[in-house]
Design a protein around this ligand. Structure first.
Ligand code: 1CP
Length: 343
């Protein structure tokens, strides 16, 4: 039993006493407690692959920021690794895949991962976290959307254009679909295992949605996301596709409960297009660089745009690493106070 189930009730579309709030990328990055722990370890992967440490970092923002949910500390790139493509996390630069997907043979070599066998450390981290949280708040599980995962597997690292990955969609669409099929099957099994291990809600991150033309997005992304949503009827699913403002009406048809909005979208325009779905978002992460008074004003404006119901307050993307945690607290406190008064 959860002591605070605001997030789940809002996701299901039920009325709540106030709007729940959490931040994408709340674990790690901004908290001094995280940096202290991280500094004592060999690297990011040690943290992700040691369930007790991952659980500790997952709970830090619940203690420090009083958010209404925890998100399991992991990364979307554990999925390609489980399929057979190892990643490195290069200090201050980000992920790097020494080998990438180039040919049909490379795609053939990728396996549909078995969650217990290849991602057991994440599932164990979820179990340890759930035990330690003792019902304080819901735990969010997550995975990358198949298109975003393909983008990293083909490109090998972050990129502004992901032009190698996008080239594949034009040059070898059948091969792209073969790889997306394997990623989708892995992701479905993985998210189902996360739910079985204790995740109360799951989020699918399509971080690189916005670089595809709308027709490609439909062909290479939405249909696989739809399959994932369909395969997880037990808990609410949130779909966050950054930059895909043109896909909102398509998303309204997805078998998911919640749609995440980035800061380029206006909730007043989106709301009438998505029926009874819940919306999540969408304060510009840069708004947190302002004065506390400016953060308060921007947060209230955002809450007015979404209205009091079927909203989960969040940023429009992950919190930036150099954000002052005090301003994050102002954001969270403002959501709690102002949204209670909106009722
Ligand atoms: O050394 C470090 O501490 C590495 C920094 C870091 C952290 C803290 C990375 C590298 N990943 C993470 C954790 C992480 N990644 C979480 C943890 C839970 C949370 O606090 O929310 C989550 C949900 C992710 C998801 C993730 N990883 C996404 C999707 C969300 C988004 O921001 O769009 C993506 C695209 C990644 C890839 C990734 N991992 C790390 C970096 C620097 C990147 C981006 C690389 C790029 O520029 O393309």
């Amino acid at each position: 039993m959860l002591k605070n189930d605001l997030l789940l009730r809002a996701a299901r579309g039920e009325e709540t006493e106030r709007t729940p709030v959490w931040l994408m990328r709340q674990a790690g990055r901004i908290l001094p407690e995280y940096r202290a722990l991280r500094g004592r370890l060999s690297g990011f992967k040690e943290l992700v692959e040691t369930p007790e440490l991952a659980a500790e970092v997952t709970i830090q923002p619940v203690d420090a920021l009083d958010v209404d949910a925890a998100i399991i500390f992991s990364d979307i790139l554990v999925v390609p690794e489980a399929m057979g493509l190892t990643y490195e996390m290069v200090e201050a630069r980000g992920p790097l895949f020494p080998e990438t997907i180039k040919t049909a043979h490379d795609v053939e070599r990728m396996r549909v991962a078995d969650p217990e066998e290849h991602l057991g450390y994440v599932l164990e981290a979820i179990r340890v976290t759930k035990q330690a949280l003792n019902g304080r708040v819901p735990l969010i599980g997550f995975a990358g959307a198949p298109w975003t995962i393909l983008a990293y597997m083909v490109e090998g690292h972050g990129s502004k254009t992901f032009s190698k990955a996008r080239r594949l969609l034009y040059a070898e669409p059948a091969l792209a679909h073969q790889l997306l099929r394997k990623i989708t099957d892995t992701t479905i099994a993985y998210l189902r295992a996360q739910v079985e291990a204790g995740a109360n809600i799951v989020q699918v991150f399509d971080s690189w949605a916005g670089i595809l033309p709308p027709a490609h997005y439909q062909e290479f992304s939405t249909r696989y996301i739809a399959e994932i949503c369909q395969a997880i009827p037990e808990v609410p699913v949130t779909v966050f596709a950054k930059g895909a403002f043109w896909a909102v009406e398509e998303f309204a048809q997805l078998p998911c409960r919640t749609i995440g909005l980035d800061w380029n979208q206006d909730a007043r325009t989106v709301r009438p297009l998505v029926g009874n779905k819940t919306l999540q978002g969408n304060l510009d992460p840069c708004a947190l660089y302002g004065t506390p008074e400016q953060v308060r004003t921007a947060t209230k404006q955002m809450l007015d745009q979404f209205g009091p119901h079927r909203h989960i307050a969040n940023l429009g993307h992950g919190v930036y690493p150099d954000t002052n945690p005090d301003n994050v607290k102002v954001f969270i406190e403002t959501v709690k106070e102002y949204s209670a008064r909106q009722r």
